[in-house]
Design a protein around this ligand. Structure first.
Ligand SMILES: NC(=O)c1ccc[n+]([C@@H]2O[C@H](COP(=O)([O-])OP(=O)(O)OC[C@H]3O[C@@H](n4cnc5c(N)ncnc54)[C@H](O)[C@@H]3O)[C@@H](O)[C@H]2O)c1
Length: 252
């Protein structure tokens, strides 16, 4: 599980652990001074792992393929198998139209949100394929409503989340015949630090953002986590290659 230190990722770790999964909880833990907005630190990640005997915290940046390889090796060393992967790590940027957006913003979001999912798949899929039961193994990537819609003043985020959907579709095609499946889950506005950072970009409130979804309220992280946990299950094979909308009825 990447992006495990807070928000949707932390909630998913908690739900998986309560369901009896052993979880390697991975996060960059870049800390409060990280750009472009404050990130959690190692103490936050440890607090996610602490309540559960079978959750282990590992600090690793999804931009660092070798760190992810080491994380997979650690999971295999401790538990002997890898059955599901959730690529949840991500950051947001935006606030300006495409033609006024710094190339540096696109590069950062590409490296974390798109290439981070690519690296996570490259590092983990061989272990899913080598497991005792590949037909029950799942790769789950967190995309966004911005992965299928064009959200105004989020050009780079739109681009990289569409790329996440492309990575999942291509991966699912590569996995034909193996039993392992791949799916993207696209949350709507969910009450996390990222949503609060997004609202600041627009000089808006999180309720303003949530007004775009038919539920007319921000989703709770645990609501999105429940969908992600289902996507890790054997029954979720039917979702292979698809984009699951966990967005409360998002309307662009
Ligand atoms: N909150 C929303 O409204 C919303 C909507 C759609 C999609 N999403 C997606 O859901 C995922 C989780 O978002 P969230 O709202 O919980 O955000 P969040 O900021 O609360 O949590 C994101 C986590 O990812 C980690 N992370 C960031 N960069 C990383 C890196 N390079 N390597 C490893 N870990 C890194 C952070 O440390 C943090 O713990 C993201 O992919 C995000 O794009 C969120």
């Amino acid at each position: 599980m990447t992006g495990a230190a807070r928000g949707i990722g932390a909630s998913t770790v908690d739900h998986l652990a309560r369901d009896g999964w052993a979880v390697l909880a991975v996060d960059a833990c870049a800390g409060p001074d990280a750009a472009p907005y404050a990130q959690p630190d190692a103490a936050d990640l440890d607090a996610v792992a602490a309540p559960h005997a079978e959750v282990e915290a590992v600090v690793a940046d999804v931009r660092d393929r070798s760190a992810l390889d080491a994380a997979v090796a650690r999971a295999l060393e401790r538990w002997g198998r890898l059955d599901a992967v959730v690529a949840c790590a991500g950051i947001v940027g935006g606030g300006r139209p495409l033609w006024e957006t710094d190339e540096a913003e696109l590069d950062l979001l590409w490296d974390v949100d798109a290439k981070g999912v690519w690296h996570t798949a490259a590092a983990t899929v061989p272990a899913l394929l080598a497991g005792p039961d590949p037909s029950g193994a799942r790769f789950v990537a967190v995309a966004s409503a911005a992965g299928t819609h064009g959200l105004f003043r989020m050009a780079a985020y739109n681009a990289v989340k569409h790329a996440v959907v492309g990575i999942v579709r291509g991966l699912a095609a590569d996995l034909v015949g193996t039993g392992v499946t791949a799916v993207a889950v696209s949350p709507g506005s969910t009450d996390t630090a990222m949503l609060r950072a997004t609202a600041e970009l627009y000089d808006a409130t999180t309720d303003d953002l949530a007004a775009h979804q038919l539920l007319r309220r921000p989703l709770r992280p645990e609501e999105v986590a429940a969908t992600l946990v289902f996507c890790c299950s054997r029954e979720a094979a039917v979702l292979n290659g698809s984009v699951v909308s966990a967005d409360g009825g998002f309307q662009a």
